[in-house]
Design a protein around this ligand. Structure first.
Ligand SMILES: C[S@@+](CC[C@H](N)C(=O)[O-])C[C@H]1O[C@@H](n2cnc3c(N)ncnc32)[C@H](O)[C@@H]1O
Length: 251
């Protein structure tokens, strides 16, 4: 069959095929757990910890019980969870967590780590593309993405916004960490990435670009990640940009 395009989903699938398949690439990436990759650390993102510590992500004001209050826990979704460091931190802070990654090597590692951390029962790991995972609608109080968005080809932003629209609870928060323009990542225009057939190791984002992409959400804080030395208990690299948003209207 040469004429395969009928629906918008067919167009997205065709565009996917212009780039290397994510699953095999990431499985190879995680094959050697002793490789020197900064985010192989078990330490959670400093910005995520800071949102929770400062009460920026707090559910009491919405009539929900706060994480750890001993009743219905708040729910979090970790997109592209990798070996699970942020999902495990959220579970340790009282969230009921769903964590999705396309790489089976990443999910196997994350499951082991969650068990070792004693939060195995509080995190449900899904080995799937974030666009195909079976997730409940409008139930997540926090959707967190550390380093997944910047590895997605441009057309998948359409699917990403639709996913947020589907899963984020009214009043819920969304936070993202991505390469910071001017510091790390590709600054090529979207169109050139298709001619190249590569994402050049990940896309760079400026604060304005993040605000524009997520314009239907209310930006609460957009800033570079603060540097934190390995072993400090927090993960922090200054070439990453962090953004915290809240859903105050429907997308
Ligand atoms: C840079 S890593 C970050 C991992 C983790 N969030 C962390 O910070 O430790 C990006 C992750 O996104 C995952 N990923 C990329 N595209 C994905 C997709 N379409 N669906 C699910 N996971 C994806 C990769 O497998 C990889 O584990």
């Amino acid at each position: 069959m040469n004429r395969t395009i009928r629906t918008a989903e067919d167009v997205l699938a065709l565009l996917d095929r212009l780039f290397p398949p994510a699953e095999a690439w990431w499985d190879r990436f995680y094959a050697d757990r002793s490789a020197d990759r900064p985010f192989f650390t078990p330490e959670p993102d400093e910005n995520l910890v800071s949102y929770l510590d400062r009460g920026l992500v707090s559910y009491l004001d919405r009539g929900l019980l706060s994480p750890g209050a001993g009743h219905a826990p708040a729910r979090a979704l970790d997109l592209g969870c990798g070996p699970g460091r942020n999902a495990i931190h959220l579970a340790a802070r009282g969230f009921e967590v769903d964590a999705v990654d396309v790489s089976s090597a990443a999910v196997a590692w994350a499951e082991e780590r969650a068990r070792e951390a004693g939060v195995g029962a509080a995190v449900r790991f899904h080995r799937a593309s974030i666009f195909e995972a079976d997730l409940p609608h409008a139930r997540y109080d926090l959707v967190y993405d550390s380093g997944c968005l910047h590895h997605l080809p441009p057309h998948r932003r359409v699917s990403y916004l639709a996913l947020l629209d589907r899963v984020l609870a009214p009043g819920g928060h969304f936070a993202v960490t991505a390469f910071a323009a001017g510091a790390m990542g590709s600054e090529r225009p979207d169109e050139e990435l298709y001619r190249l057939g590569a994402l050049e190791g990940g896309l760079a984002w400026s604060p304005d670009e993040l605000r524009s992409l997520f314009r239907e959400l209310t930006p609460l804080e957009i800033r570079p990640m603060a540097a934190r030395p390995p072993g400090s208990g927090l993960f922090g690299l200054p070439f990453l940009l962090t953004g915290l948003f809240q859903r105050t209207t429907s997308l």
